[in-house]
Design a protein around this ligand. Structure first.
Ligand code: DX5
Length: 236
């Protein structure tokens, strides 16, 4: 057990990654549905945490992450859609997060919060909403392991993909290159499905969060996951 109570730090999966969001899973069968997605090839899951204040919805918190951590060795990406994220960085790290993503809009001291996430042994991610310019990240691109470009306004699954957000995927990558940095992986989240994902891949995204199109579409989790993978692999 490392000094911050985390059992091990998992390497972030590389390349084109479909990341099922458990927001859309059946919580009465969460472990089984995650296992079904893993059997189809999933190795990265997003855990959407909502506080009913930063976003107009409540979702899940520490107990669900702790339970999930105990039954999977997959990469767990905690997306904090909460105000005052600095209050919960250590608890989520100790509960088993491998990556903690905070919102640029919700962090009063973004530079400090991102450094704290890494100090806790987690990868550090920063998210920007559809109304937030990529340029707001210019001072922190050197301190993040992932940038999340939201393709919906946060708070709910099952929303329509906002394709107008995609130029920001390309912009973030170019900003990093212009600053002499290796571009961090860019993740898209919200309304991602086999129709919208290819355009996100073409814009430079490599991590695709999929909730409804993975856990709720009628073909079933395995077939849904395979269709999502096929839709982005043409850009490998
Ligand atoms: C929005 C959530 C959703 C979720 C995925 O706050 O972050 O984007 O992860 O939802 P779907 O894939 O169902 O649009």
């Amino acid at each position: 057990m490392s000094e911050n109570g985390r059992s091990s730090s998992r390497a972030m999966p590389q390349g084109m990654v479909i990341a099922p969001s458990i927001l859309a899973a059946d919580y009465a069968r969460l472990g089984a549905e995650v296992a079904e997605a893993e059997a189809a090839g999933a190795e990265w899951f997003q855990v959407d945490v909502m506080d009913g204040h930063y976003v107009p919805n409540l979702s899940i918190g520490l107990p669900v992450l702790e339970s999930l951590r105990a039954v999977t060795d997959s990469f767990l990406d905690v997306h904090l859609m909460i105000d005052n994220p600095e209050m919960f960085l250590e608890p989520f790290a100790k509960a088993g997060a491998d990556l903690i993503t905070i919102h640029q809009e919700a962090s009063t001291h973004l530079h400090s919060d991102l450094h704290r996430i890494r100090e806790l042994g987690c990868y550090a991610g920063v998210a920007i909403n559809p109304g937030t310019p990529a340029e707001t990240l210019s001072e922190v691109l050197g301190y993040v392991d992932l940038v999340l470009v939201m393709t919906v306004n946060p708070g709910f699954g099952g929303q329509k993909f906002i394709s107008e957000a995609l130029p920001k995927v390309t912009k973030v990558r170019q900003m990093a290159i212009d600053a002499g940095l290796t571009p961090p992986p860019v993740q898209v989240d919200g309304g991602v499905d086999p129709t919208s994902a290819p355009a996100a891949a073409a814009a430079g995204a490599t991590v695709f969060v999929a909730g409804s199109s993975c856990f709720r579409w009628p073909a079933g989790i395995a077939a849904n996951f395979a269709a999502l993978e096929r839709s982005v692999m043409v850009h490998v």
